[in-house]
Write a protein that binds this ligand. Structure first.
Ligand code: DQA
Length: 143
């Protein structure tokens, strides 16, 4: 099974940004941990990060993948373009967040993606990604 992980703006700053929300781990730590977990589940994982909305849209359009795990960062709350790209390719996706967006500012309580996502996982740190991988493994192995 193939999974493409989409990480949006500022996620490359993990380890330096707002540690009270995102913890100490760096983006490289996140990649290593998530890849290691995917390997242990025999998942072929592609992890992509961009600070640019159009690059995220293009990646969604061109990914030859079974499903997506999407942490669109701040674009979650603003981007109809990212939403439209996910709707256009019509592949299952989970929206994930490292922090619990519902325990934060009100503008983070709205998502352009949640209602077309298969599910939403937030507030579990790196484990939000691990849980998303396990969900897809379970879904496709019991299909
Ligand atoms: C985030 C939450 C968003 O509100 C924020 O803009 C981010 C990261 C998270 O993973 O907790 O950049 O998506």
């Amino acid at each position: 099974m193939n999974i493409t992980v989409i990480n949006g703006p500022n996620l490359n700053m993990l380890g330096q940004r707002e540690k009270e929300h995102y913890g100490d781990f760096t983006y490289e730590n996140l990649i290593d941990t998530v890849k290691e977990h995917a390997d242990s589940r025999s998942v072929d994982l592609d992890i992509f990060q961009s600070n640019h909305e159009g690059e995220i849209v293009s990646k969604i359009q061109t990914s030859d993948t079974d499903c997506f795990i999407v942490n669109a960062g701040a674009y979650t709350h603003t981007s109809i373009a990212v939403r439209d790209a996910l709707a256009a390719v019509s592949k299952p996706f989970l929206e994930v967040h490292i922090s619990n967006v519902y325990a934060r500012e009100y503008f983070r309580h709205t998502s352009c993606l949640s209602d077309i996502a298969e599910g939403v996982i937030c507030g579990l740190g790196i484990y939000s990604y691990i849980a998303a991988i396990d969900y897809f493994v379970h879904k496709y192995s019991s299909a």
